[in-house]
Structures are given as C-alpha cells and as structure tokens.
Design a protein around this ligand. Structure first.
Ligand code: AQP
Length: 326
C-alpha cells in the first residue's frame, strides 16, 4: 500500500491519450493504494482560459474521473484551487529551483515556442506540479510518459531540500506504462495527442459522439504500405492505432497483426471504430448521469477537506524545518 497522487488539467475534452496514458492507471491503483486524484485548475491558467469554460471543464473532468471508475469511497477526488496549500508550497519550491533547470523543460519550450515572452506561470509550472506531489507524501505518481521530466525535477527538488534540512519530503517516483504509453495525434503521429491541438480530428475525446469517432479514425494518418504491423519508428500512424485497439480490446498486438494479415487498413479502421464506440459508450452514459448531480459537488467538497487535512500537516513540517513563521 502506497500513497498515490496524480492530476489532470481541466483544459478541454479529456482524450484517449489522457485516459490510456494516465487516468486508466488511476482506477487500477485504487484497490491496493491510498489514492489522491486532483483536477489541477491552477495549472490550467498557465495558458489563457475562458472563465466560463474553465468552470465547466473542472466539473467535466471530475465527472469523468467518476465515470471511468474512480471510486470516491476509495480515493480522494478534489479540485486543486480549493486547497490553498498547493500555491503555498509551490512558492516555497520556486525559491529552491533554478531558472536553468526550468528553462530546459520540454513542455515549457513547446508551449512557449515562437513567442518573445511567455507567462511566468508557464515557466514555473514544474514547481507547482512538484508541490502537488510533495504535499501529500506521495510515493507513486501515475502519469503519461510525457511527464517524465517533470517527475525528475520533482525528485531533484525533494532531494535538494531534504539534503539541506533533513527529512522534509517523501521522495516520489513516476509510474509510466511502457508499451503504448504515449498516444499520438491522429493527423500527425509524430506529435502527442493533445487537448489544445487545433485540429479536432487529431484527437478523440472520451465524450465525443460516434460520428466524430468514426471520422477521426477513418481519416487518421497511416502509410501507403497497407500492412497492419507494429513498428513505431517506421510506421507510427498504424502503430498508434494498434496501441489504441489493443487498449480497448482483449487482443494483443500480435493477435491484431495476425487478424489483419493481408486484410489492409480499411477493415482494420472500421473494426477499430466499433471497438472504440463500444468501449466509450458506457463511460459517456455514466458521465451524463453524474455531471449535474449534487453527488458530484459533495464528492469534491469532501475530497477537498480530506486533502487539506493531509496538506496542512506536510506544509507545517516543511515550514518548521525551513524556519518559516514563529
Ligand atoms: N498523448 C498522450 N499520451 C499519453 N498520455 C498523455 N497525457 C497527456 N497526453 C497524453 C497524460 O495525461 C495526463 C493529464 O495531462 P494534463 O491534462 O495534465 O496535461 P497535458 O500532458 O499537457 O495534456 P494535454 O492533453 O496535452 O493537454 P494540453 O493540450 O492542455 O496541454 C498526464 O499524466 C499526461 O502525461
């Protein structure tokens, strides 16, 4: 049994990458561990957000957490901005971080690309993420492989402070799924699937309707070979689709290759559409049941209370060791 923490930004329709890379693990971990799952709205404002949409997206992510199977009786589910200790510890960690290491973060470089000046919040994203994790004495952080660098800087900050002041924080570790952990954009399989991508057909949201799922898969970029074979380096498009197929069916990669040997991409894609529609339908139905219920708000209120109780103790420990306050 270990302490698990992770979060998702309420920045849009949660897609297959968020689900298969991260959220599916959240559900798997909750029976054996002490899990805390957050909707990280303070992270969302590192890029521009419409206030009304942001509020909607916060509740959407919360409802999706429950719809995919996170059980609030087993796990704490809450919204980051409801627990002020995240921002407090974020500031503290900022004081122990260096501009050099923060400027090497690929997410910062990607999101700031081509801009003369970027919001400071985008630059300090990793120290707030480190605070989210360290605030709960977290041992395991289930995230997509794209977050590896952020986990490393969290560990560095943890060790830097522990080496200076004694045992302040628990050192966390990332939990990444190996095979197929990163789901790529459907229109360009060299880029990761992303909520903020402009092309709607680059992604499939867990709440997308059947017609959109069909259109995105049928138009997904593959190659001209027509051979259903897993080879991420040379055939990233079809390999990405195989990853999605295997995650939503009982078939292994080898079984899928065998099933479509000599058949071509057309039938493969048609079957994948069916597999996805069947896999996402129950999630969508559950989501609509929960989304506007009072139950959702009471789960979040209760989660924030339970999270704050833990966060208060850890922050107090950090302040005492560092000599803050009196
Ligand atoms: N394409 C992906 N494949 C696998 N895992 C992914 N994750 C994101 N994209 C993929 C994982 O989903 C979790 C939640 O992500 P997030 O919302 O905190 O931020 P993100 O990584 O920045 O996700 P997006 O979709 O790309 O959002 P935007 O466009 O808003 O920045 C994380 O564990 C992440 O690893």
């Amino acid at each position: 049994m270990g302490r698990v923490f992770s979060g998702v930004q309420p920045t849009g329709n949660i897609h297959l990458g968020n689900y298969l890379g991260a959220i599916k693990q959240f559900v798997d971990l909750q029976d054996e561990n002490d899990c805390i799952y957050c909707i990280v709205d303070l992270h969302a404002i590192t890029v521009e957000q419409d206030p009304k949409e942001l509020r909607e997206h916060i509740l959407d992510v919360a409802a999706l957490y429950l719809a995919v199977g996170i059980d609030p009786k087993k796990s704490i589910v809450f919204v980051q901005s409801k627990v002020p200790q995240h921002a407090e510890l974020g500031w503290l960690l900022t004081c122990y971080s260096y501009t050099g290491e923060l400027s090497r973060m690929t997410q910062f470089k990607d999101k700031g690309k081509g801009r003369e000046s970027v919001p400071t919040g985008l630059f300090m994203y990793p120290t707030l993420m480190a605070a989210d994790i360290l605030l709960y004495d977290t041992e395991i952080v289930p995230v997509g492989i794209d977050q590896k660098q952020h986990i490393e800087i969290t560990r560095d900050l943890c060790n830097r402070i522990n080496n200076k002041y004694g045992e302040v924080f628990v050192e966390p570790d990332g939990r990444f799924l190996k095979e197929g952990a990163k789901i790529m954009a459907l229109d360009d399989p060299t880029k990761k699937m992303s909520k903020s991508a402009a092309n709607e057909l680059s992604k499939i949201g867990l709440l997308d309707d059947d017609a959109k799922i069909k259109k995105a898969i049928m138009k997904a970029t593959t190659d001209s070979e027509g051979i259903v074979k897993y080879d991420m380096d040379n055939k990233p498009g079809i390999s990405n689709l195989i990853n999605i197929y295997t995650a939503f069916s009982d078939l292994s990669v080898e079984e899928i290759e065998k099933k479509y040997d000599g058949v071509g991409y057309g039938q493969f894609k048609k079957d994948l559409v069916e597999v996805l529609i069947n896999g996402l339908k129950p999630i969508r139905e559950k989501f609509h049941e929960i989304r506007n219920s009072d139950e959702l708000i009471s789960v979040l209120d209760d989660g924030a209370k339970r999270a704050e109780a833990i966060a208060t103790e850890v922050l107090k420990r950090a302040y005492n060791k560092i000599g803050l306050g009196y």
